[in-house]
Write a protein that binds this ligand. Structure first.
Ligand code: SF4
Length: 212
């Protein structure tokens, strides 16, 4: 099914309040936008882009339900300059997204948002466009596997456009130091984030390291 800007209407109304249903939070990452950033992954996306890096975010189920204050009080890493919102589809929780972005701005944090909707679709929908005034950079459009980004620009595919909605950043700021960040937890669990899949990153590490 082709998602539309109104698709979120079909989700429980409780999700259209400033309570967030998130997939995950990363307190500090350097591969999700300029500098060190708190990364907020929303839960739920209808689009099913082939090759999506985060298929586990697609299901519309309760995941990590929290308030905006909890995000900043418990999960904000030291020295971060802003938040990056990704998903899942952030605009399918428009009230929560707006509250999150507003709170980030009140804390003098910059905001970068990734969405599968186009800027035009968001502009035209009164329930979505209230978020735009709190966004520094909007990266729009669904991931297209055949147009995969191969440079260090912070986007998954070349059809996705950067919309600089404030003067804070320019295109030079959207070049990353790498396309993926891999971390190994105390429990030995390996996780990855960024603009490549974890399996691709691990394959690259193994081939670069020669298996030794
Ligand atoms: S819009 Fe984003 S989260 Fe949704 S399927 Fe496409 S790439 Fe994945």
């Amino acid at each position: 099914m082709e998602p539309t800007a109104r698709s979120y209407d079909r989700w429980p109304s409780t999700w259209d309040k400033p309570l967030l249903n998130l997939h995950a939070l990363i307190p500090s990452s350097r591969v999700n936008g300029p500098g060190a950033r708190l990364v907020v992954f929303f839960q739920g996306c209808l689009r099913n882009c082939p090759g999506c890096f985060n298929p586990e975010t697609h299901a519309f189920r309760e995941s990590l339900v929290c308030t905006v204050d909890e995000v900043f009080l418990k999960r904000l890493g030291e020295g971060v300059e802003g938040i990056t919102v990704s998903g899942g589809e952030p605009f399918m929780q428009p009230a929560g997204l707006k509250a999150l972005l507003k709170a980030a701005k009140e804390r003098s944090l910059t905001t970068v948002v990734y969405t599968g909707f186009t800027y035009g679709e968001i502009l035209e929908d009164a329930r979505l466009n209230g978020c735009l005034g709190h966004i520094d950079v909007l990266v729009d459009g669904p991931f297209e596997r055949e147009k995969k980004e191969t440079t260090l620009l912070a986007r998954g595919s070349t059809n996705q456009a950067f919309h600089f909605l404030s003067p804070v950043y320019s295109i030079e700021d959207m070049y990353l130091p790498g396309r993926v960040e891999v971390s190994i937890g105390r429990d030995g669990v390996v996780t990855g984030t960024g603009f490549s899949s974890l399996s691709f990153a691990l394959d690259s590490l193994i081939s670069e390291g020669g298996g030794g």
